[in-house]
Design a protein around this ligand. Structure first.
Ligand code: AMP
Length: 290
């Protein structure tokens, strides 16, 4: 078992990547903002099966936070993360400083038009430009053959897939299922912000998604009706302040009338200071059990 290697600079990461590529290694990347939980660990285990060298980046990217968002209070604990990464099978932790990633004079932005402006992009202006830009930079620092992302952030997956294809980045994009708490709440580093009341109500997001899935299985394929079912479920919980509950095309995130192809049921709501998101891929009735 080789020891976990912690790299703190872009230059050192690029040199290590060159060495690994020269040695014929397949490099897999797991981009994270740290404060790891079982969702992140499932990504590390997944890419371990695909790659000979697993790089986990830990970087709280300032450019994807809005001015009124939680950049300053975002939870951080690098030594705990390093231990969890070692335990899950990572080889390299890449944890650069913000000044190294965004030095004075930095002025480039990667913007995936259309996909970035809807749903979470509408509520968080600039968020997906920040995400696309930092992932493009992480790809340029690590030069991975593959990278893995969580289905929990479905819009992020759509944006990254589009960017990687449009810019011929040559990185294979893998996606892992959402890891949940016992009551269905999607695991998130931000869940620690929830008060006990908010936490006990937050399972409603997954319940709303499941209600939509159940109605689809029972033959209700109209997207508007499925959306109404989710809205109604969430509205029963006054602590949840609904942002959106929608059924969209799984790839383009465009509106659909009926679930005839795999579609994305996606919800977002504010619980006090925390904004929670979740989603479920809906398969048309004849494929519901596949
Ligand atoms: P984050 O550190 O929150 O930026 O997340 C890093 C990666 O982990 C992203 O690809 C997320 O989609 C993924 N991720 C976060 N939470 C979960 C979860 N509960 N299940 C699966 N993947 C997740």
């Amino acid at each position: 078992v080789s020891a976990l290697h912690v790299i703190r600079t872009v230059a050192e990461m690029q040199a290590a990547s060159d060495d690994m590529r020269r040695a014929g290694r397949r490099i897999g990347l797991v981009p994270t903002m740290g404060y790891l939980h079982e969702g992140h660990q499932s990504l590390i285990r997944r890419i371990r099966r695909d790659a000979d060298r697993v790089v986990v980046s830990v970087f709280v990217n300032p450019t994807q936070f809005g001015p009124s968002e939680d950049l300053a209070s975002y939870p951080r604990d690098l030594s705990r993360d390093i231990a969890l990464i070692a335990e899950s099978g990572g080889d390299i932790v890449f944890a650069p400083e913000a000044e190294d990633v965004y030095p004075d004079g930095f002025s480039t932005s990667v913007s995936v038009k259309g996909l970035s402006g809807v749903l979470d992009g509408a509520s968080r202006p600039g968020h997906f430009d920040g995400v696309a830009t930092v992932v493009a930079k992480l790809f340029a620092c690590v030069r991975p053959h593959s990278a893995v992302f969580g289905q929990k952030d479905a819009q992020q997956v759509a944006v990254i897939r589009r960017m990687t294809a449009d810019l011929n980045m040559g990185v294979e994009i893998l996606v892992c299922p959402t890891v949940r708490e016992a009551d269905g709440l999607a695991k998130s580093s931000r869940n620690i912000y929830l008060t006990p009341d908010e936490r006990s109500e937050s399972g409603v997001l997954f319940q709303a998604l499941q209600a939509a899935e159940n109605h689809l299985r029972a033959g209700e394929a109209d997207a508007g009706d499925l959306e109404a079912i989710m809205v109604e479920k969430i509205r029963c919980h006054p602590v949840a302040e609904l942002d959106y509950a929608v059924v969209r095309d799984a790839e383009t995130l465009g509106e659909v009338k009926e679930v005839r192809h795999p579609a994305l049921a996606a919800v977002a709501a504010r619980f006090g200071k925390s904004r929670l998101i979740d989603n479920l891929v809906l398969f048309p009735a004849d494929r519901a059990d596949s």
